[in-house]
Design a protein around this ligand. Structure first.
Ligand SMILES: [Fe+2]
Length: 320
C-alpha cells in the first residue's frame, strides 16, 4: 500500500467505503423538510444545548486530575440527554437526523455513548455496568483531543505520518485516563476500541479474548456511528447500507458476534415504523425485520407489504 493509499478507509477499521453517498436532489429536499419539523427542531435544540454543556464538562474533565467527581458529572449529563425524549427509540431515530449540527469528535463520542447505553438496555445489562459502558463510550476517543485539529479534520488523503499520529490516539487516551480514579474498563476501552477480534486492529493487534469485553461493544458502536455520520470526505451512509457492509465484509470475524448480532438487530428493530425511501424511488414504512437478512426488512408501500429479501435489486436508500 503506497503513501497515497494511506487514507480514511483504514481508519474505519477495515470496513471499506464503497462510494460517496450524496443524496439525489429530490431526496435532499424531503430530508430538509423533515429537519424543519417541530418535533425534530425541539429535539435538536435540546440536544445542542445539553451537548454544549457536556462539551464544557468534558474539557474540564480532561484538564482536571480528579477523574472520579468529574466522571459522575459527565455521566449524569449524558443520561440527561438520553432521557430527554420520552421514547428512547424516537431518540435513536432523531439522533440520525442531527448529523448536520456537528460531526466533530465530541458529537461522535456523545453518539457512541448513547448507542452503548441503548445497547446495554437491549441486552439487559445491570445498571452499574451500563453506567460504566456509557461513560466508556463517551471517553473512548479522548486521545483524539490531543491530536492537532488540522489532522483530525483534514478533508483529503492523510500522509503516513498523519495516519500514524491518528493511530496513536488509543494510547494517548489510555495514558490520559490512567492516573484517574475511573473503572479500569473505561481505560481499556480507550486503549482497545480499535482492536479487532481477528487481530487486524491497532495499536497492539490483539485478538479475541485479549480484547476487553466493553472495548468490543464500543468498537461496534464506534464503527456504526462513524459510517452513519457525514464526514468531510464523504456523505453519511444509510443505516441499512452500513448493516449490509458490516455483514458482507466479514463483520463476524472482526467483531464479536455475541455483541454484533444483538446490536444490529436492535438497530433494525428501532427502525420498525419508520419511513424510508427505496432505491426504486418508492416511499414506504418498515413493518418487520428478518434476523436472517437484517438489511432487508419488510416494507409497506401503498398498502402492500414487500419482503425485501425477495427483491434483490431493491434496497433501502434513505431513512426519512
Ligand atoms: Fe477511536
Amino acid at each position: 500500500m503506497g503513501a497515497t493509499s494511506v487514507h480514511r478507509v483504514a481508519s474505519w477499521n477495515g470496513v471499506k467505503m464503497k462510494r460517496s453517498t450524496n443524496l439525489p436532489d429530490d431526496m435532499q429536499v424531503i430530508a430538509d423538510l423533515l429537519r424543519k419539523s417541530i418535533s425534530y427542531n425541539k429535539f435538536n435544540e435540546n440536544v445542542i444545548q445539553s451537548a454544549k454543556t457536556l462539551e464544557d464538562s468534558l474539557s474540564m474533565f480532561i484538564t482536571n486530575a480528579d477523574g472520579d467527581l468529574s466522571s459522575n458529572e459527565l455521566l449524569n449529563q449524558t443520561k440527561e440527554i438520553i432521557v430527554m425524549s420520552e421514547n428512547p427509540i424516537r431518540t435513536f431515530h432523531m439522533m440520525h437526523k442531527i448529523r448536520k449540527y456537528d460531526d466533530a469528535t465530541f458529537i461522535h463520542s456523545l453518539n457512541v455513548a448513547i448507542l452503548c447505553n441503548m445497547f446495554g438496555h437491549w441486552i439487559n445489562m445491570p445498571q452499574d455496568d451500563l453506567d460504566v459502558l456509557t461513560l466508556a463510550g463517551l471517553l473512548h476517543d479522548v486521545g483524539k483531543m490531543k491530536i492537532p485539529e488540522e489532522i483530525i479534520k483534514k478533508p483529503g488523503i492523510l500522509t503516513e505520518e498523519e495516519y500514524t499520529e491518528i493511530k496513536n490516539h488509543p494510547r494517548r487516551g489510555y495514558n490520559l485516563l490512567k492516573p484517574m480514579k475511573l473503572d479500569e474498563r473505561i481505560k481499556k476501552v480507550a486503549l482497545m476500541h480499535h482492536e479487532r477480534c481477528d487481530g487486524s486492529g491497532y495499536p497492539d493487534g490483539l485478538r479475541g479474548d485479549q480484547i476487553d469485553e466493553f472495548a468490543k461493544i464500543v468498537a461496534i458502536a464506534d464503527v456504526y456511528d462513524a459510517l452513519t455520520s457525514a464526514r468531510v470526505y464523504r456523505g453519511a451512509l444509510c443505516p441499512f447500507e452500513v448493516i449490509n457492509m458490516v455483514v458482507e465484509q466479514d463483520g463476524d470475524k472482526r467483531f464479536d458476534p455475541k455483541y454484533l448480532h444483538p446490536f444490529l438487530e436492535g438497530v433494525v428493530k428501532s427502525f420498525i415504523g419508520c419511513e424510508v425511501v427505496l432505491s426504486d424511488g418508492e416511499k414506504g414504512t418498515i413493518v418487520a425485520m428478518h434476523a436472517d437478512e437484517l438489511a432487508r426488512p419488510s416494507v409497506c408501500v401503498s398498502g402492500k407489504v414487500l419482503d425485501l429479501r425477495e427483491m434483490s435489486d431493491v434496497t433501502i436508500q434513505m431513512m426519512l
